[in-house]
Design a protein. Structure first.
Length: 70
């Protein structure tokens, strides 16, 4: 099961190009301090990489994995 990422916006999108503002919005972030949990896959990692200077990222442990039960 893929993990999850917690993405938190730490800087404003004011004075940044429209593509970066759209990426922040597509991630579900609404302003400085807002956080969302998204699936950890290549698409979202690419989005986060594009706006890495505006956000912080935490990897969350996957829930219900078989390795945790051992």
């Amino acid at each position: 099961m893929p993990g999850r990422l917690r993405v938190t916006q730490v800087k404003s999108t004011i004075s940044h190009i429209a593509r970066n503002r759209a990426t922040i919005k597509a991630l579900g972030l609404h302003g400085i301090g807002s956080s969302v949990e998204v699936a950890d896959n290549e698409a979202t990692r690419g989005m986060v990489r594009q706006v890495r200077f505006l956000v912080t990222v935490e990897e969350l442990p996957s829930v219900g994995s078989k390795d945790e039960a051992k």
